[in-house]
Design a protein. Structure first.
Ligand code: B16
Ligand code: MG
Length: 224
């Protein structure tokens, strides 16, 4: 079992961990769904978390069994239109949108010389970090277009450990999605789930919200 003294770095998911961009993803996808006469459901709302843009579109189209009605070109156009709308929405982000407790937690990690990287499925991650004015905390950001498979595959979190130049077993991954927790575990890292414990039951450590996450609590869990 991992011991806290072995921990050397942290890999952060972005949407749902550092900022609540999920509401903007939902808003932008919901508009597309409604244009296509597809009912927006809570299942779609949570299902799109953590998975990449095209997989999100496929989930929405498959929920109404209409994926076969669209050509690749049309699907690309829908995904681009969603992203244009999403970019307008995230353009309004400010440092105040960093989720509760996370500024303090980032400072705590920095003060303890723990290295940090971003393990997001989002191609918009650098833009979002810039808007939140927290880019400087991170050694690097995984480029999801350069990894073979998105979450739940291990690739994104494995790459986040590589960026930190650390053995995955010494890296703690933080996630709000079930697909993300699966990715962290598959990469051989220590998983921290933030949010609904029933949904994130595969995580090694669970916190109800970002406001509850502290280094001391992670340390206490790992030294148990
Ligand atoms: P984009 P995360 C994920 O971010 C979102 O949770 C997911 O809903 C989204 O589809 C995905 O990023 C791709 O985002 O369209 O901006 O490239 O949670 O992995 O930080
Ligand atoms: Mg997330």
């Amino acid at each position: 079992m991992a011991h806290f003294d072995d921990v050397k770095g942290f890999a952060f998911d972005l949407d749902g961990v550092l900022a609540d961009t999920a509401k903007f993803h939902s808003q932008a996808w919901r508009q597309i769904a409604e244009e296509l006469n597809i009912t927006w459901t809570p299942e779609l709302e949570s299902g799109i978390k953590g998975i990449d843009r095209m997989s999100s579109l496929m989930l929405i189209l498959n929920s109404a069994d209409v994926a076969g009605n669209y050509t690749e070109e049309q699907k690309e156009a829908l995904a681009t239109r969603k992203n244009d709308h999403y970019k307008e929405l995230i353009g309004t982000l400010t440092p105040d949108d960093v989720l509760p407790g996370m500024h303090k937690f980032l400072d705590e990690l920095k003060a303890n010389n723990l290295k940090m990287s971003i393990a997001s499925a989002s191609k918009n991650a650098p833009f979002i970090l810039d808007k939140l004015q927290i880019s400087d905390y991170f050694v690097g950001v995984v480029d999801p277009s350069k990894v073979k498979e998105g979450k739940p595959a291990p690739d994104i979190f494995a790459e986040a450990a590589k960026i930190l130049d650390l053995d995955p077993a010494t890296v703690v991954g933080l996630e709000d999605s079930a697909a993300g927790i699966t990715s962290i575990n598959a990469a051989g890292e220590i998983s921290v789930g933030i949010g609904d414990k029933a949904l994130l039951h595969e995580a090694k450590i669970n916190f109800p919200s970002t406001a509850d996450v502290t280094l001391a609590k992670i340390r206490a869990h790992l030294n148990w």
